[in-house]
Ligand binder design. Structure first.
Ligand code: MEV
Length: 313
């Protein structure tokens, strides 16, 4: 029997991270240059062998039955079989691989959940629809990141630019004019859950200040949305810079990210900001197509460990 294979992209947050956890909108876009893939190989000749999971990137090589029920992959498998109302998974080998750097703000955990749910449900003969895939991936994001907004699993599931707000139906954005982003990795790992918890602690002791920052970020997101849909892309640049300043004010940037933002701007980017939780991870720069290579090179020679040039349409 041929293997079932499903892939899911990575993602970046264009604007609105952190504030989105407090109810304002944010925009995220998929990044197809990185992805996770889950393959399921049936093992019908040995029906007693159970379900074997291997994920070399996290040194996981184990049978599903011995994995803690709280492990994200075990929890994902349980939610899939619960949704499908079946009792067990036929003997198989599940292999998870990913080119998405972990703890870097590129949606690695959400991507693995989405590819895993799609591959396993397809193997079981009932591929789950996007809504179900998204719901399960959100449950698993809570294991990874404590109290996420749900934007990462949503953009990775739907694989289009999304305008996301907690409690509202996700809106797929139509981008009027394709644009180019350089993504640069600071090389510093950061836990989204910890950074989000840190913001919450500070918010609890300075609510007025933090709420006003979140409010400003929400307004910027709406301006960016309007520009994406109807306007001239280059006008987004200054909004990205304002968004970065506000992220600095809520304490989630670090000198390495500020430096990369500055380098991008000095080398002709139209705008730049950290992307994702901050505290490390990636920053993004909006560029003209003809400056993408030079901005990317400048970022690499100023400390970025990797860059990705991605076109968004
Ligand atoms: C992480 O990609 C974005 C954050 O806003 C957290 C979340 O929304 O779950 C920092």
């Amino acid at each position: 029997m041929p293997a079932i294979s499903c892939s899911a992209p990575g993602k970046i947050i264009l604007c609105g991270e952190h504030a989105v956890v407090y109810g304002t909108p944010a925009i995220a876009v998929p990044v197809f240059q990185v992805s996770s893939t889950t393959r399921v190989f049936a093992n019908p000749s040995n029906p007693e062998s159970g379900v074997w999971i291997s994920a070399p990137a996290i040194q996981l090589e184990t049978s599903l039955s011995t994995l803690s029920p709280l492990h994200p992959l075990a929890a994902t498998a349980r939610l899939v079989i619960e949704k499908l109302n079946i009792h067990s998974i036929p003997a198989c080998r599940i292999k998870v691989s990913s080119t998405i750097p972990t703890s870097a703000g590129l949606g690695s955990s959400a991507s693995v959940s989405v590819s895993f749910v799609r591959a396993l449900s397809t193997f079981l003969g009932h591929p789950l629809d996007d809504e179900m895939v998204n719901q399960i991936a959100f449950e698993i994001e809570k294991i990874h990141h404590k109290s996420p907004s749900g934007i990462d699993n949503t953009v990775v599931t739907f694989q289009h630019p999304v305008y996301f707000q907690i409690g509202k139906k996700v809106q797929i954005l139509k981008v009027a004019q394709p644009f180019t982003i350089v993504i640069a990795d600071s090389g510093l790992k950061s836990s989204t859950g910890d950074v989000v918890s840190g913001v919450r602690e500070r918010w609890l002791s300075s609510k007025t200040f933090y709420d006003s920052c979140f409010d400003e970020i929400g307004k910027i997101t709406n301006q960016i949305r309007e520009t994406l849909e109807y306007g001239r892309i280059e006008h987004i640049g200054s909004y990205l810079v304002k968004n970065h300043e506000l992220l600095k004010q809520i304490g989630v940037s670090i000198p390495a990210l500020d430096h990369l933002v500055e380098v991008a701007m000095l080398n002709g980017a139209l705008g730049a900001k950290l992307s994702g939780s901050g505290g490390g991870g990636n920053m993004i720069a909006l560029v003209n197509e003809d400056t993408s290579e030079s901005v990317s090179e400048a970022l690499k020679s100023s400390g970025a460990v990797n860059t990705i040039i991605t076109h968004i349409s």
